[in-house]
Design a protein around this ligand. Structure first.
Ligand SMILES: Nc1ncnc2c1ncn2[C@@H]1O[C@H](COP(=O)(O)OP(=O)(O)OP(=O)(O)O)[C@@H](O)[C@H]1O
Ligand SMILES: [Zn+2]
Length: 572
């Protein structure tokens, strides 16, 4: 039994996530967690909400709520939707937890002790009436380039020109509208990533089996232009983790917080501590996942994320870990994804474009989405969600192939032989061939799952469903029963066993349908079918089963057109 630590990129708190976010991080991580549990490994699967930073403050202000209250509410909303998609986190934590405060301050203190932090003086816009420094997005004014009157401090949305807040004509604070702004000097902490550059490069070079997407992004940041740069890790904001050196005051940094990208990945560790707290377990319980000096040396650590998160996980977070000089676990395998696009454009939370997780569940159960998203995961390139493709995939793979097999076999058996596994007849050549082919295909499927080749794994699973259908088609028990009922019984006995095997193999992709199949077949034995011949004869003659409710329904053309129309616009 192996010990497997899995973290999904933590979703940002400022709204409900779209299907792109889901397939780029949480969903494939869940697939991998479920698969490894099914193989009997010890799994710790961690996710959380990413709660700090300016966008959270802005979203809270828009909702008219204090930011802490807004985050607490949105965390519950996201946790509920995650349950709806059957995301099997061991813990879904919060980056604003006390655990993360303490751990983030601890890491900063260690980095300072190691000489890896430098203090930098910067010029920044200060709003006298608001009593605070303003991040670029909090400042608006007239664009010097095109005259647009709501250009932001970092960019003009009208002409796209990149701006400095000091470029704006008649700038004002978006918080209060005040024009009483001045440029003041402020102090920030920078992590000396440059001095860790060679160490980071050697570490990345040692990862020969990582996806090219992952290593190419890391290499770009290491080498492009002047190479890896030191990075500001503090901000002049109210909402965040107060800057401290361990549990000590940091002179000159009073009132400042850590930058959200500094504390967010540390939450993977803190979240595991939150898990232990929630279980009433001592620190040793989470430390054995993270500290190689406290039992984590046999842990293999996998991360899942979309491509935009890769630099922070290949460089910044490892710089924090390596720089601390403490024996924390570094990631062993980083699975990254390209982007899923939506019907001819991009998904966008800020612009409300695409299908969002709550909307998806309101029209179809989670298995339909899980299957489509995973079987079309943007692995080697970006992929695109279209309603046509979704309809075809659901109707063919789920309804025609898998659903149809389950319903045909169980209904036929009940009508001809009753609702128990029939006992007569012997297996023949055809059955032996099916069992042999299944054995090989299950090995291929497992290899894809272990390599986290999500699309290939789904293709293997589909092929496993297809060979069952082909067998039934060729064996044709509904014809054979007329001349040789005992042969037909043997065929159906095998097919009922096949349904149980399908439930086990399909569960990581479509857990609800798998549970329905297993319940209908009257078993709770989820043992992985390593011994396929044994698994295909596991249900004894006389074992009772039932006909399940229709596993999957088809999507009609009218529904497809209706949804396409309904989701074409912008979610406000
Ligand atoms: N279109 C997409 N396809 C696949 N993965 C995506 C997509 N957009 C974001 N992701 C990934 O989703 C995960 C969660 O992202 P996060 O909550 O930070 O939202 P985001 O990156 O700000 O995206 P958006 O602004 O579109 O919501 C991250 O790992 C990110 O890389
Ligand atoms: Zn402009």
């Amino acid at each position: 039994m192996a010990r497997i630590l899995i973290t999904s990129a933590i979703p940002y708190i400022n709204g409900i996530k779209h299907l792109g976010n889901l397939v780029g991080s949480q969903l494939p991580a869940d697939l991998f967690a479920r698969y490894n549990r099914a193989r009997g490994h010890e799994v710790m699967f961690i996710c959380a909400t990413d709660e700090h930073g300016t966008p959270a403050e802005l979203a809270a202000a828009k909702a008219g709520k204090p930011v802490a209250e807004y985050c607490a509410e949105m965390h519950e909303v996201q946790a509920e939707i995650a349950k709806g998609f059957r995301l099997s986190f061991d813990h879904f934590g919060r980056s604003s937890s006390q655990r993360n405060h303490a751990l983030t301050q601890h890491f900063a203190g260690r980095l300072a002790d190691a000489g890896l932090i430098r203090e930098v003086e910067e010029q920044q816009v200060y709003s006298v009436d608001d009593g605070r420094f303003l991040p670029d997005r909090y400042i608006e004014g007239t664009c010097p380039n095109c005259g647009y009157d709501s250009a932001r401090g970092d960019q003009c949305d009208n002409c796209t020109k990149q701006l400095d807040p000091t470029d704006l004509i008649n700038p004002h604070s978006t918080i209060s509208g005040s024009t009483n702004l001045e440029v003041r000097t402020t102090k920030h902490l920078y992590l000396r990533q440059r001095s860790l550059r060679d160490k980071l490069e050697a570490w990345i070079d040692s990862k020969k089996d990582w996806p090219i997407l992952t290593t190419s992004i890391a290499k770009k940041w290491l080498n492009d232009g002047d190479g890896l740069q030191d990075r500001g890790i503090t901000r002049d904001l109210h909402w965040g983790i107060p800057v401290k050196k361990g549990d000590q005051i940091w002179p000159g940094m009073e009132g400042k917080v850590f930058y959200v990208w500094f504390d967010a990945p540390i939450e993977y560790i803190a979240c595991t501590a939150e898990w232990a707290d929630a279980q009433g377990l001592p620190d040793a319980a989470w430390q054995r996942w993270w500290r190689t000096d406290m039992g984590a040396s046999d842990v293999t650590y996998y991360q899942f994320m979309g491509k935009d998160n890769v630099p922070f996980h290949t460089l910044s977070f490892p710089a924090t870990i390596l720089g601390s000089g403490e024996p924390w676990k570094l990631v062993d395998y980083l699975k990254s994804f390209n982007y899923l696009n939506y019907d001819g454009g991009q998904f966008s939370t800020s612009r409300g474009r695409g299908v969002f997780m709550d909307q998806a569940l309101s029209i179809l159960p989670s298995d339909y989405w899980r299957w489509w998203l995973l079987s079309h995961a943007p692995e080697s390139a970006d992929s695109e969600f279209t309603w046509e493709n979704f309809q075809v995939s659901v109707n063919k793979d789920l309804a025609d192939v898998l659903g149809n097999l389950v319903s045909r076999v169980t209904k036929f058996c009940v009508s001809k032989f009753g609702n128990t596994v029939p006992s007569a007849g012997e297996m023949g050549e055809q059955e032996a061939r099916l069992i042999e082919e299944l054995g090989q295909r299950i090995k291929d499927y497992a290899a894809c799952m272990e390599a986290m080749e999500v699309r290939k794994a789904s293709a293997e699973l589909r092929a496993i469903w297809v060979i069952g259908n082909e067998y039934l088609q060729a064996a044709a028990p509904w014809s054979v029963v007329k001349t040789d009922p005992e042969r037909a019984q043997a065929m159906i006995r095998l097919s009922l066993n096949l349904i149980r095997v399908y439930a086990i193999l399909s569960a990581p992709f479509i857990p609800d349908a798998a549970a329905t199949m297993m319940a209908a077949i009257g078993s709770d034995d989820w043992t992985w079918p390593d011994d396929i011949a044994g698994a295909m004869t596991a249900l004894p003659a006389g074992h009772a089963f039932s006909v399940p409710e229709n596993l999957f329904r088809k999507i009609t053309d009218e529904e497809r057109a209706d949804w396409q129309q309904k989701f074409a616009g912008i979610r406000s």
